[in-house]
Design a protein around this ligand. Sequence first.
Ligand SMILES: Nc1ncnc2c1ncn2[C@@H]1O[C@H](COP(=O)(O)OP(=O)(O)O)[C@@H](O)[C@H]1O
Ligand SMILES: [Mg+2]
Length: 366
Amino acid sequence: MASLSLVNVCKTFKNGQIAVKNFNLDIRDQEFLILVGPSGCGKSTTLRMIAGLEEISSGELWIDGELMNLTVPQKRDLSMVFQSYALYPHLTVYENMAFSLRVRNVGKTEIDQRVRKAADVLCISHLLDRKPHALSGGQKQRVAIGSAIVREPKAYLMDEPLSNLDAKLRTQMRVELSKIHKELGATMIYVTHDQVEAMTLGTRIVVMNSGVILQAAEPKVLYTNPINKFVAGFIGSPSMNFIPVWVERREERICVEFSKNRLFVNEECAKRLIEGDYLGRRVYLGIRPEDLHETGTKDQELKLHVEIKEVLGSEILLHGKIGRSPVCARLKPDFPSEGGREVSIFADMSRILLFDMETEENILYR
Ligand SMILES: Nc1ncnc2c1ncn2[C@@H]1O[C@H](COP(=O)(O)OP(=O)(O)O)[C@@H](O)[C@H]1O
Ligand SMILES: [Mg+2]
């Protein structure tokens, strides 16, 4: 397997479109690295430059210590899996998976071993004699992944490989991919715009926007310590709530206030706010739906005007407004609440985040 290194990689297309700017990243051997971000942020372009399908405008790509900028795709020893799985319709599953090995003149016995092993890993051994038209969407995608696996490349590059599948299959395949990653000990670089896929699959996540890396970190770190409001809002579902608040000093303590609500912040938070000269200024309060609770003290209390209650079974999502800000709270199903009512909910003040109004940077970033 392989480690990769991208140094100041940039891509400007012929029409002047800048797709990737100063991309710097070291990808360790056996990492499951996720590139995530909104549509058009440069994920596919980055992956295609690694694969050699797109020329690197400037910067360096290193694979296992070798400069690869000018190496043709076939010599990079990487396997790519795309969103639309291109299977040969007239070939069986077995022949589809064997195809890339045949053209490389790999011996028959070796081909057979590799195909059967990959089929086993992917649980498609019983489908080897079928043609693609007799497969479901999920099965076809497994075959496409199988074709990548048999090549035993240095690393796998995957561009939204699950986005054509329905929700249930996607969940299944997500689990499968995690297993495959463990079983093969493979280096994977995986592009998605789906933050749930990113959180569940990645050993590390790179969040991109407008062609640049905003933050690269382990899923848990991204979730609890996002670098700015964009990352905080992109990761997590339902999204983090953002409420514009005033920072004030009351009763010798620091609090954030907005439309008759007052939350007292903890010491660490107060220290950062004072150091950053935020007293008397406005900031965004960031709080995740699951960090709003049914009970608490006056210091944490918020008045939520409930608009809609979504019952999910094990929990409810209350959507409504606090002041003029839309807010969602994830609460226990027995919490008494109906649309049109005002209820008290309580913020876990150890979990709140605060963002600068102008720069949108996380004031509490560690
Ligand atoms: N061949 C191309 N020529 C010009 N612009 C392109 C080309 N391919 C992609 N782009 C532009 O580059 C940006 C990044 O695209 P892409 O990497 O496909 O984004 P993502 O995969 O994150 O959705 C977009 O603005 C897109 O329109
Ligand atoms: Mg893309």
